[in-house]
Write a protein that binds this ligand. Structure first.
Ligand SMILES: [Zn+2]
Length: 196
């Protein structure tokens, strides 16, 4: 026996979902995403508040996983990464590039052990030369852990847009953090502007 307790919409990470919740004799809260519909089954003992919190958490995970899968279906980033890697005097091995949606504090990482480059999914929306510079940066850390002058020299030698990309990403970070606090008029100036 199951009983629907509600049908409503839910927004996570800017994606609107239709939520279908069913109380059942199950052990744990389970969620499945079909298109834009999130179907949740929950044990009777779970409180509404606990359920709401868990649903948001599960929904975010599912939406982000789906997004990462979509981004990773195209090998374009891998081609860029390989192209950058061979410019190094001792080319690091690139086996795979993965866009990740759970990485909020950094733009990328690289593991020399696995040859996997992980990139913040937001980079996929930016100009390819920014992505290229991030890959160059992460690969350069194979040789220098710190951001020493030697590190920057190496990064610049394999990617001439290293400094430009750094400034670009600083601007992106600044805007993302400031956006909610910007007055509407200034926001619309940024959206509509660009040229003088
Ligand atoms: Zn670094």
């Amino acid at each position: 026996m199951s009983m629907a307790i509600g049908l409503r919409t839910l927004e996570v990470d800017g994606v609107a979902l239709e939520l279908k919740v069913v109380r059942k004799r199950v052990k744990n809260i389970n969620a499945r995403l079909h298109g834009k519909t999130l179907s949740v089954s929950a044990p009777h003992r779970v409180s509404v508040r606990e359920l709401d919190e868990t649903i948001v958490e599960l929904a975010r995970k599912l939406v982000r996983r789906l997004r990462a899968d979509a981004l990773n279906s195209d090998g374009g980033a891998e081609a860029i990464a390989r192209k950058v890697a061979v410019r190094f005097p001792e080319p690091p091995e690139v086996n795979e590039v993965r866009f990740v949606t759970n990485q909020t504090t950094q733009w990328g990482s690289y593991s020399p052990q696995t040859g996997i480059v992980r990139l913040n999914a937001a980079l996929r929306q930016m100009p390819p030369w920014v992505l290229e510079a991030v890959v160059a940066h992460e690969l350069a850390h194979t040789f220098y852990l710190e951001h020493s002058p030697e590190f920057w020299n190496l990064a610049r030698s394999v990617c001439s847009k290293t400094d430009r990309a750094r400034a670009f990403l600083e601007g992106v970070t600044w805007l993302a953090a400031a956006w909610d606090d910007l007055p509407p008029v200034e926001r619309s100036q940024l959206v509509g502007g660009g040229s003088d």
